[in-house]
Design a binder for this molecule. Structure first.
Ligand code: BG6
Ligand code: MG
Length: 222
């Protein structure tokens, strides 16, 4: 029986995926790397330095920067990103997500956050959702990023549940892979093809409700 709900943040609770894209594109333009949709999709769920490496590799420039230069680029990206994040208000919570959090809390589910973002506490604060997430995995404590299961295993431990008693919500293929590798139920939010490894996929956040999740799980005979 499922007793825990583990949430990704960017692209699940709020549409900050577009802010990450906007901020990285500025850096890519600056160093002369072209952008495409596949690159953009591959950055979802991936930590800051790993994402920069993917962008540089995409432009065949991974050898052209020293570690110090890479760190400066990542810091600059983060400054662009934070300027965008500080425009967020509770009105930017994606449709249905606060209702889902309320329903989960009211029914006694334990809730945790498993975001690769070091800015997650600031995003939650701006959205007015800090009180829903007393359990936030600090990505600085991780050895491996998504698609490794580590963050989802730690999130389950933070709410004192075995992974099999948890469901994870994700908009990224790397995140869904991590949830499945952790032996949790994966709820994908986004493109059905991109997230085909998930147990259930919802195209839109407003459809992500406990009754809909239960219906889908019954159909799949969990
Ligand atoms: C994830 C995003 O949630 O956080 C990634 O999906 C991002 O795109 C990663 O790179 C790290 O975020 P931050 O805020 O620590 O740079
Ligand atoms: Mg995400």
């Amino acid at each position: 029986q499922i007793k825990g709900a583990i949430f990704d943040l960017d692209g699940v609770i709020t549409d900050t995926a577009r802010f990450h894209t906007q901020a990285w594109r500025q850096i890519a333009d600056q160093v002369g790397i072209s952008w495409d949709d596949a690159l953009q999709e591959s950055l979802k769920g991936i930590g800051r330095m790993a994402a920069l490496e993917l962008i540089l590799k995409h432009g065949h420039l991974e050898q052209n920067f020293t570690q110090g230069e890479k760190e400066r680029l990542a810091t600059e990206k983060n400054q662009h990103y934070l300027a965008l994040v500080d425009t967020l208000t509770p009105a930017d919570i994606l449709p249905g997500m606060q209702a889902l959090l309320d329903d989960l809390a009211q029914k006694g589910y334990r809730i945790a956050l498993a975001s690769a973002s070091k800015n997650a506490p600031r995003v939650l604060q701006n959205l007015g959702l800090t009180a829903y997430f007393p359990n936030v995995v600090d990505p600085a404590t991780l050895t491996h990023g998504k698609p490794d299961p580590e963050i989802f295993v730690k999130a389950a431990a933070s709410i004192h549940l075995p992974p099999a008693a948890c469901m994870g919500f994700e908009d990224a293929a790397a995140g869904v892979a991590g949830i499945k590798a952790a032996d949790e139920v994966a709820i994908g939010i986004g493109d059905k093809c991109e997230l085909r490894a998930a147990d259930v996929v919802f195209t839109q956040t407003q459809d992500v409700t406990l009754p809909h999740i239960q219906q889908a799980m019954n159909r799949r005979d969990f």
